[in-house]
Design a protein around this ligand. Structure first.
Ligand code: SF4
Length: 516
């Protein structure tokens, strides 16, 4: 076979696995989304992908996708994957905090496979660090992997870097690598492989460093048709199980409206001014139901006897649009799918769309995850989603939202976010408040801890200028302190906030373990 492809989610930690309280799925959902068009080609036996091991079964495709948490713990599995597959296309997905892990994995692949592998970096970090500006010029943030290689700060271990919508790009990368192999040319020839993706649909940039200067190919303008995208479940199966769904196998589903949110909270990498907001939002409900149906069918086919559940990855469910929420309730009611599901809403969406949430509960909504972040948004410079200040304080509306969900019979989980400039006293007060709500309402459960991390934000990082080449959480005491956090950082605090002190983080964790 000409093409041998593997895909890896880069580790965010130098050592140590996720703590027992972290909310981390066993599935690399972003990587599944990115690789799904290529996976469908494989499943249909079409082109170069159709001749690879990806063509055999969902289980075979999963076997070629690896989710890494820490470099030290997961490097043996990565080495084993490279040794077994001898890939000539290695796709690495990375958030900013994963950049050191991505560099280490790419370097390892180059050490073992040399020019016989084309190493491609994609994901959130390249998408924020390499972008096309309003004048149509490709820009490189100081943390752009292409720029870092050009400046000699990172060895030339990435042959190509992909920014933006990668679904169709990855399909054509596979074809281009196979073409190189057929022509007896190295798959790592960046210019030749990049030339092969020119016709890919979507908004994307493919960049590389040719040893002299940064080069790039930019999308030609063909749109990515969201209505026809395959579902991750049909491509990769469903094997994770979220505790909140009582053992049901749980698929990640998405309305495919892009990575954006309808809100614009300054600290958030999903905010609309960075991501461009939502796309094809008027048909979101239909796409979401198609993904849920796919989860139900795949669970019934691959794991008969198990129940099915889905967690919706939209920043807020179908953008919180009342019309789309009503459509979703109606279509789910007609479809009668055997799927329970969870999603995310803002506090104010819960309070203003209570009857729609009741309708959704009647057709499967069991769980809502909310971002509480802080009790006093004014202390952290405000939050765009804090829209109904005239109706009471953020804290009182948060309580009302949890009360409302409990009265409907919907479980709630919550994320808190430290590191936005609040005092240590306020952090401890927030945890005590969470414990009080849990005593009163039985939720939020779980409560996820996060420490705000500055992202490149397509240059909107307020000049912090981080390059992300050092581990965001250094090994040793920091790794232990942040073990039960989701995203967190010791090195890359958000603009205007001081870096965390390890003693304070440890005090937060002690109270969390005691109360929550
Ligand atoms: S509402 Fe949530 S996801 Fe949307 S921008 Fe604000 S913090 Fe980010």
């Amino acid at each position: 076979m000409a093409l041998r492809a593997v895909a890896v989610a880069a580790p965010e930690l130098p050592e140590g696995g996720p703590g027992v309280f972290t909310l981390k799925s066993s599935d690399p959902a972003s990587l599944f989304n990115a690789c799904r068009v290529a996976a469908r080609q494989a499943a249909r036996g079409v082109g170069a992908w159709g001749e690879t091991a990806w063509a055999r079964s969902r289980a075979d495709r999963r076997d070629r996708v690896l989710l890494m948490h820490s470099l030290a713990d997961d490097l043996p599995a990565f080495d084993a994957l490279l040794a077994r597959e001898q890939p000539n296309l290695l796709l690495i997905g990375a958030m900013s905090v994963c950049l050191p892990g991505a560099i280490a994995c790419a370097a390892r692949a180059k050490e073992l496979l040399g020019d016989d592998v084309c190493v491609v970096l994609g994901g959130r970090h390249p998408s924020e660090a390499m972008y096309v500006d309003g004048a149509g010029v490709v820009r490189h943030h100081v943390s752009s992997p292409v720029r870092l290689m050009a400046e000699g700060l990172v060895p030339p271990v990435f042959d190509l870097v992909v920014s933006g919508e990668g679904e169709d790009v990855i399909r054509l990368l596979g074809e281009a690598v196979a073409g190189q192999v057929h022509a007896n040319r190295p798959p790592s020839d960046a210019a030749a492989v990049a030339a092969g993706v020119r016709g890919a649909a979507g908004r994307w940039v493919v960049g590389w460093y040719d040893g002299t200067e940064a080069r790039a190919v930019v999308a030609g303008g063909a749109p990515l048709h969201r209505q026809t995208l395959p579902t991750p479940a049909e491509c990769f199966g469903v094997t994770a199980a979220f505790d909140v769904f009582d053992g049901r196998l749980t698929g990640h589903v998405f309305s495919d409206t892009g990575n954006g949110c309808v809100f614009d909270c300054d600290f958030c990498s999903e905010r609309r001014s960075v991501t461009g907001g939502l796309f094809e939002a008027g048909t979101a409900a239909g796409r979401l139901v198609r993904q849920m149906r796919s989860v139900a069918e795949v669970v019934a086919e691959d794991s008969p006897g198990y129940g099915a559940a889905a967690f919706v990855e939209d920043s807020t469910l179908v953008g919180g649009s009342p019309r789309q929420l009503a459509d979703l309730a109606r279509i789910l009611g007609e479809a009668e799918l055997p799927v329970r599901f969870g999603c995310q809403f803002t506090i104010d969406q819960i309070l203003s769309r209570g009857s729609l949430i009741e309708d959704l509960h009647a057709v499967g909504l069991d769980y809502v995850f909310i971002g509480v972040e802080t009790l006093e948004p004014e202390q952290i410079g405000g939050m765009d989603k804090d829209q109904r200040v005239r109706n009471g304080t953020w804290s009182s509306r948060s309580r009302q939202a949890i009360d409302r969900l409990a009265s409907i019979g919907v479980k709630a989980g919550a994320a808190v976010l430290f590191g936005l400039g609040e005092t240590q006293d306020r952090r401890l007060a927030l945890l005590r408040q969470m414990a009080d709500w849990r005593a009163d309402y039985g939720s939020p459960t779980p409560v996820s801890l996060n420490w705000a991390t500055q992202h490149p934000l397509r240059g909107g990082d307020h000049g912090t200028g981080y390059r992300y080449t050092d581990w965001s959480i250094p090994p040793g005491r920091w790794v232990k302190a942040f073990a039960n956090f989701g995203e967190a950082t010791a090195l890359y605090p958000v603009h205007g906030a001081p870096p965390p002190r390890v003693e304070e983080v440890e005090e937060v964790v002690r109270l969390y373990e005691e109360l929550i």
